[in-house]
Write a protein that binds this ligand. Structure first.
Ligand SMILES: *Cc1c(COP(=O)(O)O)cnc(C)c1O
Length: 384
């Protein structure tokens, strides 16, 4: 039997099935060269000229991610998620108006409130789960970009990608989506009308807490995407080949990890909802979550590996609970195979909508009963 195309699961498992032509190795080599031989006619038939824009290992990892995101114009890898995100804003011009989610990754919000404004961007923060608010904020011909994060840190607010894409496009603006916490396993924003998808590949795409990396994927190879490529090349933001190799290795198991991690997150959300020391569980998979219906429409294979809990007993009990975990690791970041817990209000800067009684949980691949038992004993000890 021969099929024209294999499923994304199969292609990812084999990192697109590329075989090294010289050795027939099933694992691709890591290309470390910073420069390439020029042809005798002075050209570069291979297209590889210099390592800052051109690296075969990085391009292979980009090809795998572009396949997963159904990104027709391809993917670009950066040295961090923040480098990827800021490249999109730097591809705009001073004076441009941008509308961004109020609930989003705190460090990017800080950058937008300070550096982006210094650089002349008119940045407007809006609750993007409220479509009326998005409509009111987006100005036809003036707004050049709408930036959303869904599910968004650390409340897991859900924004309707297709609806916001329509509003943005009607006004002549692009839509970019920080899809770090959904990953292509749950949502492929480009198929819902988004123009650009951003990932902190540091998180679940790599999945092993050992690489800092970022990515952008695009639907159309248009003038704006060309600007983004120019920014990466000019500012030297490309991901190095060792990190790209590790990221590609991580993405081979993305489906397996994500399915396990989101199934465990769902089970934990349900069990913690009934815990006497938990006031509220924030998880889009729960029917009472305000974004549940939209999430059910635009997410598949579960609702992601991230959830937050608001504990009874306020900030002291939240910090006390985090102090008593044994299996969970008390650390920032998310998306790795090990489960992490964090009191977010301690780290989020000015303008954060994060309540002080909130603990953010990144669900790993450990035994889910162990994870629950650890939280149960920590919640009890933390309220003592
Ligand atoms: C971590 C994170 C970022 C920033 O990525 P880095 O790789 O740390 O620069 C951006 N958005 C979200 C949602 C994140 O979790």
């Amino acid at each position: 039997m021969s099929r024209k195309s294999w499923s994304p699961r199969s292609l990812a498992a084999q990192a697109m099935g590329t075989i090294d032509p010289v050795t027939k190795a099933v694992v691709p080599p890591i290309h470390v060269a910073t420069t390439y031989i020029r042809d005798e006619d002075n050209g570069y038939a291979t297209g590889f000229i210099y390592g800052r824009p051109d690296n075969a290992t990085t391009h292979e990892a980009e090809g795998l991610l572009a396949m997963l995101e159904e990104a027709k114009a391809g993917a670009l890898l950066f040295g961090s998620g923040s480098a990827a995100a800021t490249a999109v804003f730097q591809a705009l011009s001073p004076g441009d108006h941008v509308v961004v989610s109020k609930v989003m990754y705190w460090a990017l919000r800080n950058w937008l409130m300070t550096e982006a404004r210094r650089w002349g961007l008119a940045v407007e923060f809006v609750e993007t789960d409220d479509l009326k608010a998005v409509k009111a904020a987006v100005r036809p011909g003036v707004t050049k970009l709408v930036w959303i994060e869904t599910p968004s840190n650390p409340l897991w607010t859900i924004t309707d990608i297709a609806a916001v894409a329509e509003i943005a496009h009607k006004a002549g603006a692009k839509l970019a989506v920080d899809s770090t916490c959904a990953s292509p396993i749950h949502t492929r924003p480009l198929t819902l009308g988004a123009d650009i998808v951003m990932h902190s590949a540091t998180k679940v795409l790599n999945g092993h807490s050992d690489v800092i990396a970022g990515a952008l994927c695009a639907r159309e190879d248009d003038e704006f995407w060309g600007r983004v490529k120019t920014v990466r090349k000019g500012q030297g933001g490309i991901l190095g080949p060792f990190e790209a190799y590790l990221l590609m290795r991580g993405m081979r198991t993305l489906h397996v990890r994500q399915e396990r991690q989101s199934a465990s997150a769902m089970a934990l959300a349900e069990r913690l909802s009934a815990h006497p020391r938990v006031a509220r569980v924030l998880y889009p998979g729960l029917p009472q979550h305000p974004g549940h219906d939209v999430a059910a429409r635009q997410m598949e294979n579960g609702f992601g590996f991230m959830l937050s809990v608001q504990v009874t007993g306020g900030e002291a009990a939240a910090i006390g609970t985090a102090a008593h975990v044994e299996l969970y690791k008390r650390a920032t970041s998310l998306g790795g195979v090990e489960s992490l817990i964090e009191h977010r209000a301690s780290i989020e800067g000015a303008g954060s909508p994060c309540p002080t009684d909130l603990l953010r949980l990144s669900t790993g691949i450990e035994d889910v009963d162990d994870l629950y038992d650890d939280l149960d004993q920590a919640l009890k000890a933390g309220h003592a």
